[in-house]
Design a protein around this ligand. Structure first.
Ligand SMILES: [Cu+2]
Length: 168
């Protein structure tokens, strides 16, 4: 009697464990990365209105959470800075926003109200080179152009120095 009850307990325990492991596997499908939306850079106090990090490399299937650390910001994709067939996105000002990236490529985005102040960013997904040069050709203005040019240069430089850093 006592033994059979113990047996049931062990079986139930094994079942709970199996369910937990399954849930953990499902969750591991994609990583979640955080991009902060800030009034001031934490690494260079002279730089205002930034996404941090402004260049983010992720794997296909990963999610990026844009966190509204400071108020008044949003994340919106930029026309002709997305891989083919990817839908544009735009978040609500001052709200956290999550976006899952299911396609290889380079993605350019901005905080629409602060584009003129250079609040733009790049997300490199998997084999981001499929459209990198096209995205880099897109015409930009003012401070956004300056920051994008710096970012493209940084990506190219990293590619030359340590190509493995940019390959998933
Ligand atoms: Cu902003």
């Amino acid at each position: 009697m006592w033994l059979s009850r113990l047996n049931v307990t062990i079986q139930a325990g094994a079942l709970v464990l199996a369910v937990c492991m399954l849930a953990a596997t499902a969750h591991a499908a994609g990583k979640v990365h955080v991009v902060k939306m800030l009034n001031k850079s934490t690494t260079d106090r002279k730089e205002r209105m930034v996404f941090e990090p402004s260049i983010l490399k992720v794997s296909v299937g990963d999610t990026v959470r844009f966190v509204s650390t400071d108020r008044g910001h949003k994340s919106a994709s930029i026309k002709r800075m997305l891989p083919e067939g990817v839908k544009r996105w735009t978040s609500r000002i001052g709200k956290d926003f999550e976006m899952t990236f299911d396609k290889n490529g380079t993605y350019g985005y901005m905080c629409t109200p602060h584009y003129g102040m250079g609040m733009v960013g790049l997300i490199l997904v998997g084999d981001y080179r499929v459209n990198f040069e096209e995205v880099a050709k897109k015409r930009q203005r003012g401070k956004a152009k300056k920051r994008f040019d710096q970012m493209f240069a940084e990506v190219r430089e990293t590619e030359q120095k340590k190509p493995t850093d940019l390959v998933n």
